[in-house]
Design a protein around this ligand. Structure first.
Ligand SMILES: CC(C)(COP(=O)(O)OP(=O)(O)OC[C@H]1O[C@@H](n2cnc3c(N)ncnc32)[C@H](O)[C@@H]1OP(=O)(O)O)[C@@H](O)C(=O)NCCC(=O)NCCS
Length: 202
């Protein structure tokens, strides 16, 4: 099934979907859908930042190592839908993505009801810890789900799952505030969290 607003594999453009104003400074940040070559270039550079290397184990060396690995990632597993956050100068402040992905987070698996889409977020140096992540998550999640409604894929949508390190000081509080719930925690310190369609539409 096709997603009407999903960029085609050869079309790398950004569509503005919203604005976040930072409380306090009033600084404006733009939320986009899709990435263009200039932002992909920034993403490759910013993925090497130390806090990203620490908590996002596959960004610098795998998914965002080069334009080619980015493209392989974007078109893998039924497609990845990236949403950039940019500041007034066009600098990449953060990145979120969603896409279909089977759930493997607990021993009790039921493909008919398990959350079957995934999500990830990164805020880059200078814009981390400024209260932008929560509105960025909420706006993009609504946009992604609206896309599923338009394409008809909503009929099989069972919610979103994610994985994070248990010792990541900022991620788990953020995800809980948005409505994710912890469903499992393994011995290597990986925590799985899910958000149901009811909570998203809530
Ligand atoms: C995880 C990450 C996305 C969070 O982004 P952020 O910019 O720090 O988040 P924000 O400043 O918007 O804070 C989000 C909320 O969590 C709260 N929060 C942050 N740290 C907290 C903590 N230690 N305890 C309790 N609440 C906390 C904030 O108060 C804020 O709540 P609010 O929206 O009500 O103000 C960011 O730290 C990041 O990109 N880290 C590196 C990459 C990463 O770890 N990604 C996730 C991999 S799973």
């Amino acid at each position: 099934m096709t997603h009407p607003e999903k960029p085609s594999q050869h079309e790398l453009t950004v569509t503005e979907i919203g604005i976040i104003r930072e409380s306090g400074t009033g600084d404006r940040f733009m939320i986009g859908r899709g990435l263009n070559p200039a932002l992909i270039d920034q993403l490759i550079k910013k993925s090497k930042q130390s806090h990203i290397r620490r908590y996002c184990h596959r960004d610098a060396e795998e998914r965002f190592a080069s334009p080619e690995s980015f493209e392989a990632w974007r078109t893998s597993k039924g497609g990845r839908n990236p949403y950039p956050l940019t500041d007034g100068s066009g600098d990449l402040a953060g990145l979120i993505w969603y896409g279909p992905q089977p759930f493997t987070g607990t021993d009790i698996l039921n493909p008919a009801t398990d959350p079957n889409h995934t999500f990830a977020i990164r805020m880059y140096e200078g814009t981390e810890g400024r209260g932008l992540a929560r509105p960025f998550m909420i706006e993009t999640m609504h946009d992604y789900v609206e896309g599923l409604i338009r394409s008809g894929e909503i009929a099989t949508f069972n919610g979103i799952h994610l994985e994070t390190d248990a010792d990541n000081p900022r991620s788990i509080p953020l995800y809980k505030k948005v409505g994710f719930e912890e469903v499992s925690r393994d011995e290597e310190g990986r925590v799985t969290m899910v958000i149901t369609p009811e909570r998203i539409f809530g």
